[in-house]
Design a binder for this molecule. Sequence first.
Ligand SMILES: [Fe+2]
Length: 238
Amino acid sequence: MHSGRRTFLGTALAGGAFALAGGRAAAQVGLHDMLRAAIALGRRLRRGEITPLDWQDAIGPTLQSCPADAIWDALRVEEVRRRVPALRRGASIVRVPLYEQLGAEEGGVMRLFFFEAGRGDPPHCHFNQVTAHMVLSGRFRVRHYERLREDPGGFVLRPSRDRVIGVGDVTSISELRDNAHWHHALTRGVLLDVEQGRLDPSIPIRRREMVDLEGTPLADGVIVAPRIERARALRLYG
Ligand SMILES: [Fe+2]
């Protein structure tokens, strides 16, 4: 157990145990029920029953319905971390097949991101998908940017969020809000990543694209961010 993680009140009632989270009563469920709820949210988004903004508003409470330390234990994160080589730059990323095994839609995936202190997942844009990250251990500085438009060489971004998050906190991106993001580990830490891609299955798959944020901001704070190769992004930000 990690001392910084929220305490799990493990007495399961018929509809899930209840504990105080941030002053409000929040239903608590086990990992599988939480993941099924996240999968259902992705399915509703792909069917057009909810918008990407609805998904972003809902995914935080959905992930937080299972406490971070319960997720940590159920996924045996400590054991996984021992098997993952620490990288000099960036994060070590491990796919968790349980998400697909529980019925995730096409494009639905769950991963663990392992960071050493001072390392980062470089700033990047996502396309035709939503993603959320929950802190399972450690503290991270997380910066988000609105993707205003795309130019031949890169993207025009506007900073939207810059905050420090800790265990149990969740961040998310979509095409409509906070599309570009950059996680920098202030301590050794682990993020749980939940994604729903292929939102429009007719659009060819487009992987995330790294950007350089070092350009001079325009007068209104907008950044012209050139697209860069992953190796350069890791040297600059990883
Ligand atoms: Fe991302």
